[in-house]
Design a protein around this ligand. Sequence first.
Ligand code: ADP
Ligand code: MG
Length: 231
Amino acid sequence: MATPTPVLAIKNLETWYGPVNAIKGVNLEVQPGRIVAVLGANGAGKTTLLNTIAGVIDPFKGSINYKGQAIHGQDPDQVARNGVVLVPEGRQVFPFLSVRENLMMGTFARAGREHVEADLARIFTWFPRLLERQTQHGGLLSGGEQQMLAIGRALMARPAVLLLDEPSLGLSPLATADDGYIMELGRIVAAGSCAELMAKDDVKEFYLGGGHQQAREDGQKQRWKRRKTWR
Ligand SMILES: Nc1ncnc2c1ncn2[C@@H]1O[C@H](COP(=O)(O)OP(=O)(O)O)[C@@H](O)[C@H]1O
Ligand SMILES: [Mg+2]
C-alpha cells in the first residue's frame, strides 16, 4: 500500500542564530490528520524549529515541504496563506483589540473572505468563554483564555497545519498526540508513535511524570548530566 504524501516533510534542517547552531539536521514528518508532539527541555530547539517552519527564521540548510511543495525561504505571511499557521509561544494576542477583533486578525492570513462569519460562530461554540468576552480587550483575558484566543485566531486563518508552541505548559502532551519526537540540543534523539515513545522508561520519566513541572525540569537537568544516549 502506498504511503500518503506527508502534509509536512522536513529534511536535514539546520538553523543558526549567528554563530549559534540551534537546529542541527532535523528530519520530521507530519502525516495527514495526525497530531505530532515535539518534546524537549528548555533550549532544545522547539521554538526555533516551529519558527523555521513558519518562515519567521530562514533555515541555513535543508528543506521543508508542505503537501509536496518546498516552502522554506518563503515569508511568514505567505506560509500562513498557504495553510501553515503558527500559534506563537506566549500567545501574543493584541491587548488593545477586542476578542472579536483579535479573531478577525486571523482572517488576513486566509486565501479568501468566504465563510468568515460561519468560522467565527464555530470558534465561539468551541470556546464559549470567547463568545462571552467578545467585546472585551484581549489583554484583559486570563492566560488560559488568551491561549484559547490565540488558537481561535490561528483557526480563523483556516490552516491545514496548525503549529502550536507550548500549548499545554505543564501538561502531558503525548496523551493527546499520535506521533512524537524528542529533541535535545537541536537534534531529534527519539521518534515514533506516542504508544512506542510512552513505552520507553526515559520518556516516561521526563515527559509523562505526574509531578510538578519544575520538579520534572530539575529531574531532567540531573539526568542530563548522568545520561549519554537515549535507548
Ligand atoms: N534569538 C536568538 N539568538 C540566539 N540564540 C537563540 C535565539 N533564540 C534561541 N536561541 C538559542 O537557540 C537554542 C534553542 O532555543 P529554543 O528554540 O528557544 O528552544 P526551546 O523552544 O526548545 O526552549 C537555545 O540554545 C537558545 O539559547
Ligand atoms: Mg520554546
